[in-house]
Design a protein around this ligand. Structure first.
Ligand code: SAM
Ligand code: SF4
Length: 360
């Protein structure tokens, strides 16, 4: 076994090195976090960029076994934000000097949906004088659809692979035509081809997931040469099929710690990418996202979905801020980010430095 000082000086990390870091505790765990923090400061700086998150609809055609808004959950009150309210939320982000917004929702395919998103993208660009950056996160679509949305103004796309291990993927998704691992993987290549900054990620602490899976997930992201990552702890939801395995899960504090380690290791592995501090971290620890910003993450996605809809976008239990209005979140967030030793990159897109270098 190598010492952490030896591991940190290697040009390439092996799966064994990553496993050693994932399983670290005590002094080694502190060394890992200190190193990740140093790498962050050196390569992307202590600046945090905001992406105002608009969860515009919880209507979804898919049935992922972990997700509270899956199609098969009849207990969810479905909503679809009117276009005016989406634009209003984007205007709020713009006026609050957030550099970007994320439009996220259930996965729907078809011309009506494609055109709607296309029009929304154009309108958001229009109301912000072209200044707001736009990230999309609406699942698997055809290469043509990805191209159309790129041309309409989206320039980043988040599509988590959820798990890069094919067997595990099929344990957390139905094995039917609408949930194919190969298609999800291909979608990541299609997004790159269309010109996006591509983000992916995984859930951490899933039933059946091992440390080896997580180490392989990190190497997968490195191999794919992603520009951005959003990953966070898996949190069980009572109205989903995976709820039955809740007795096999790591305790929440251990899942949280594992998620922090994943973020720290990824920062060391891919020094100049953008790493989001996932909302699910906050569901476990009220200052969970700020802890992630200290040890490697540099993006935060304040929820700016109008308060009345937040309760209905419950992917998991105990989702934070579901009863707050966007402005409440803004004030508490700013103070907490300063406390985490970071500055806020107001009015900036905060694009992935990794992406800029790759296309140079
Ligand atoms: N429908 C799109 C998709 O799946 O890519 C975007 C919205 S989906 C709700 C966004 C992310 O939520 C998923 O990629 C998944 O990782 C995460 N998610 C869903 N259920 C979760 C849970 N129970 N715990 C943690 N994250 C969850
Ligand atoms: Fe739908 Fe995304 Fe939830 Fe899967 S994770 S059920 S695609 S919203």
């Amino acid at each position: 076994m190598d010492s952490f000082t030896d591991i940190f000086s290697k040009p390439e990390l092996t799966k064994q090195d990553i496993l050693q870091m994932l399983l670290s505790d005590g002094e080694n765990r502190s060394k890992l976090f200190a190193k990740a923090s140093e790498v962050k400061e050196k390569y992307v700086g202590n600046v945090v960029y905001f992406r105002g998150l608009i969860e515009f609809s919880n209507i979804c055609s898919k049935n992922c076994f972990y997700c509270g808004i899956r199609k098969g959950n009849r207990k969810v009150k479905r909503y679809n934000l009117p276009d005016e309210q989406i634009i209003e939320a984007a205007r709020f982000a713009f006026e609050s000097n957030y550099g970007s917004v994320v439009l996220q929702g259930g996965e729907i395919e078809g011309e009506a949906f494609t055109t709607r998103i296309e029009n929304l993208l154009r309108k958001i660009k229009e109301v912000s004088g072209g200044k707001l950056g736009i990230t999309l996160s609406v699942g698997e679509q055809s290469p043509e659809v990805y191209r159309r949305w790129y041309e309409a103004g989206a320039h980043r796309y988040l599509l988590r692979i959820e798990s890069s291990n094919r067997d595990l993927y099929y344990r957390i998704h139905p094995g039917d035509e609408t949930h194919r691992f190969e298609r999800r993987l291909q979608a990541l290549y299609d997004l790159r081809e269309a010109g996006y900054q591509v983000g992916t990620g995984v859930m951490i602490g899933l039933p059946f997931q091992t440390s080896e899976h997580l180490a392989e997930d990190l190497l997968f992201m490195k191999k794919l040469d992603i520009d951005m990552c959003g990953m966070g702890p898996y949190i069980e939801h009572a109205d989903t099929p995976l709820w039955q395995y809740r007795g096999q899960l790591l305790p929440l504090d251990e899942r949280f710690d594992l998620a922090l380690k994943m973020i720290a290791i990824l920062r060391i592995l891919m020094k100049d990418i953008n790493i989001a501090s996932a909302t699910a971290l906050q569901a476990i620890d009220p200052i969970g996202r700020e802890k992630a910003l200290k040890i490697g993450a540099n993006i935060i996605m304040p929820n700016i979905t109008p308060g009345q809809y937040r309760n209905d976008y419950k992917l998991y239990e105990n989702k934070p801020c579901t009863d707050e209005e966007a402005s409440d979140c803004k004030n508490c967030l700013e103070a907490r980010i300063h406390m985490s030793g970071n500055k806020i990159g107001f009015d900036e897109w905060g694009d992935s430095k990794h992406f800029s270098k790759r296309i140079e």
